[in-house]
Design a protein around this ligand. Structure first.
Ligand SMILES: [Zn+2]
Length: 255
């Protein structure tokens, strides 16, 4: 990972980026893909253009590299800045393999995209963007909690804005096993006593970060009917909570 800061004022956040990346590494059992992504990652730290813009970030592919851009407003509390950085590293976990391998062409539903939350329907319309945003927020909270950081008012206020959606996604992922905040690692598994059988704590989180999201989608579609994963993602993208609640209630029963 190469970290650059555009000027002296934001240089100190180089350490913050390193700490967050380390915490992600520590939070993964299967770290090969993450480590590969880190090896080609460039992080650029810049100050925000004016003082009234809050800290923000961006994770994108540029040329053969992956980049994370962090625009820091130094007036923001440090936990808020850490949250933004952690959110972008969570996006990094979900970055497409084909982007990394420079393979072009899109399969109709991105079914070869094992790590991609955002998928593409026939006709080119994407779905799952909001799910990825919520997952990135949840992982950022997970990482900050691991660091034992008390949340500032600014971060709490910001998190409150997306509370309903986030809590919905957490309760949805809880159907797949242990609550993420009770797990040591994102892809936690334990050895069944006196056997060599590994038990995955939460199959949603395990699959999402270990190249196996299609497995979750298959389980969901099998239980809920063809195309229901897309319907679920679409409803989340459009914030149709009644639709989502109904779907979750049904899934709770059949899962
Ligand atoms: Zn995001």
């Amino acid at each position: 990972m190469i970290i650059k800061s555009v000027n002296e004022s934001v240089r100190k956040y180089t350490d913050t980026v390193e700490i967050i990346a380390k915490e992600f590494e520590k939070s993964l059992n299967n770290k090969a893909l993450f480590m590969y992504k880190l090896s080609i990652l460039k992080v650029l730290i810049l100050p925000t253009s004016t003082n009234n813009i809050p800290t923000s970030g961006l994770c994108k592919k540029s040329g053969d590299n992956l980049s994370i851009l962090i625009f820091v407003n130094e007036n923001d509390p440090i936990d808020y800045i850490e949250f933004i950085i952690a959110h972008e590293f969570a996006h990094l976990l979900f970055k497409k393999m084909t982007d990394l391998l420079n393979v072009t062409g899109v399969v109709s539903d991105n079914s070869t995209e094992l790590t991609s939350i955002i998928r593409i329907a026939k006709g080119g319309k994407e779905y799952g963007r909001e799910l990825e945003e919520q997952l990135a927020d949840i992982l950022a909270i997970f990482i900050l909690k691991k660091r034992g950081i008390a949340f500032s008012e600014k971060l709490r206020d910001d998190l409150n804005k997306s509370k309903t959606k986030r809590e919905f996604v957490i309760s949805f992922t809880d159907v797949f096993g242990k609550n993420i905040f009770e797990c040591e690692k994102i892809d936690e598994f334990v050895l069944k006593s006196n056997t060599s059988v590994f038990l995955v704590s939460n199959s949603f989180w395990y699959c999402a970060v270990t190249f196996a999201l299609p497995q979750v989608i298959a389980v969901y579609n099998k239980a809920m009917g063809r195309n229901s994963w897309k319907t679920f993602c679409d409803a989340l993208d459009k914030s149709e909570f009644i639709k989502l609640e109904k779907q979750k209630e049904k899934f709770d029963k059949v899962a």
